[in-house]
Design a protein around this ligand. Structure first.
Ligand SMILES: *[C@@H]1O[C@H](CO)[C@@H](O)[C@H](O)[C@H]1NC(C)=O
Ligand SMILES: *[C@@H]1O[C@H](CO)[C@@H](O)[C@H](O)[C@H]1NC(C)=O
Ligand SMILES: *[C@@H]1O[C@H](CO)[C@@H](O)[C@H](O)[C@H]1NC(C)=O
Ligand SMILES: *[C@@H]1O[C@H](CO)[C@@H](O)[C@H](O)[C@H]1NC(C)=O
Ligand SMILES: *[C@@H]1O[C@H](CO)[C@@H](O)[C@H](O)[C@H]1NC(C)=O
Length: 311
């Protein structure tokens, strides 16, 4: 009798342990994508200290279905990156050992967020895309003093983004919907697109290696955004106590005409497209220089516009 009781106890313990073991792997395989249900969750995610990879999707689109397992897997195994492995140290064709640090830690975290645009279709965050899916990287919320030109044009474009999956009725519906919401604009205070000054849209075919490179390039691009702000700011305030600022000042004073300089850079890059001669680091640096010059040209145009206004 006693033996039987122990035996039963043992058996039920065994099934309990087996159940635990059976459940454990399922739990581990679960992904870490935050499915947005309320718009506020979206803004909380993109405006914190982590980088956020956002997937905008609809349930009927076939490219969205292909992207889903890749996105889910990345949310499990591509969440923390060491910035020393990513950030360049060559700028203006010179290598620097001591560069300003704009990130709080030596690592950056990537959060994964997905947003179903059938639910949020009437909000700007979804309305701005011509088709789905879209993948966008939103860097942590850090403001710059000046508006830095985006580096979106750096990334190559193959036309995989078309909304060929969107049924005709929905396209018509979306157009009507847009027309109506423009009549009653200002759908919500939360519907604020100011983060797009720092965000980047993924272009190209959405494979795991491509998406991983996109994240790395996006981190570099965000670092460059903050660096350009820092350089222009310190150059204007006369604070040239870092080697990089001094070098920047020399570089800019040797430029002469900024329009001609941008054209020169574009010609080098164009020749590269045909010859494939420049290595990636040189290319990146040239695009960085172009981004500074475009930003400065922008600033000068704005000043001129204000002067004309005042006349
Ligand atoms: C991440 O997950 C994907 C899909 O399961 C797999 O193909 C890839 O090898 C994984 N990468 C790493 C670094 O574990
Ligand atoms: C970078 O500098 C080297 C010499 O230090 C020079 O040969 C090369 O042409 C430069 N490259 C660019 C793109 O300016
Ligand atoms: C940022 O990412 C880390 C690591 O994934 C996570 O622990 C942390 O909660 C995230 N921060 C926020 C504000 O979500
Ligand atoms: C830019 O300059 C202002 C002072 O003019 C300073 O308060 C600010 O911290 C500077 N920003 C950066 C990014 O260096
Ligand atoms: C910094 O700039 C000032 C003028 O603004 C100049 O006199 C000084 O030599 C510069 N210092 C360095 C290290 O370039």
């Amino acid at each position: 009798m006693l033996f039987n009781t122990y035996w039963l106890l043992f058996l039920s313990l065994l099934t309990f342990v087996q159940q635990l073991q059976g459940k454990e792997p399922i739990k581990q395989a679960h992904w870490d994508v935050k499915e947005v249900r309320v718009l506020q969750e979206y803004y909380e995610k993109i405006n914190n200290n982590n980088f956020t990879l956002v997937k905008y999707y609809t349930n009927w689109c076939s490219h969205c279905k292909k992207l889903k397992p890749i996105f889910n897997a990345m949310s499990k195994n591509y969440t923390t990156l060491n910035i020393d492995d990513i950030l360049p140290n060559t700028f203006f064709n010179k290598t620097f050992n001591d560069l300003p640090n704009f990130f709080e830690e030596k690592t950056v975290n990537i959060d994964y967020v997905s947003i179903e645009c059938e639910i949020f279709g009437s909000f700007e965050i979804c309305k701005r895309w011509p088709g789905y899916p879209v993948v966008e990287l939103v860097p942590p919320k850090t403001e710059t003093n000046i508006h830095i030109k985006s580096s979106n044009d750096i990334l190559e474009n193959d036309d995989d983004n078309a909304d060929e999956d969107m049924p005709m009725w929905l396209r018509v519906f979306t157009k009507i919907d847009k027309m109506f919401s423009s009549l009653f604009s200002g759908s919500s205070d939360l519907d604020d697109l100011s983060f797009t000054e720092r965000s980047l849209e993924f272009k190209g075919s959405r494979t795991e290696p491509n998406l991983k490179n996109f994240i790395k390039d996006g981190i570099v691009s965000d670092y460059e955004r903050l660096l350009i702000d820092y350089l222009i700011n310190n150059s204007e305030t006369g604070n040239n106590d870092s080697e990089l600022v001094t070098f920047y000042n020399d570089w800019i004073s040797n430029i002469g005409n900024k329009f001609i300089a941008v054209n020169k850079i574009m010609n080098i890059l164009k020749a590269d497209l045909e010859l494939k001669e420049l290595d990636d680091d040189v290319k990146r640096d040239l695009l960085f220089q172009k981004r500074i010059l475009s930003t400065l040209i922008d600033i000068e145009e704005q000043k001129r516009a204000i002067e004309i206004d005042e006349l």
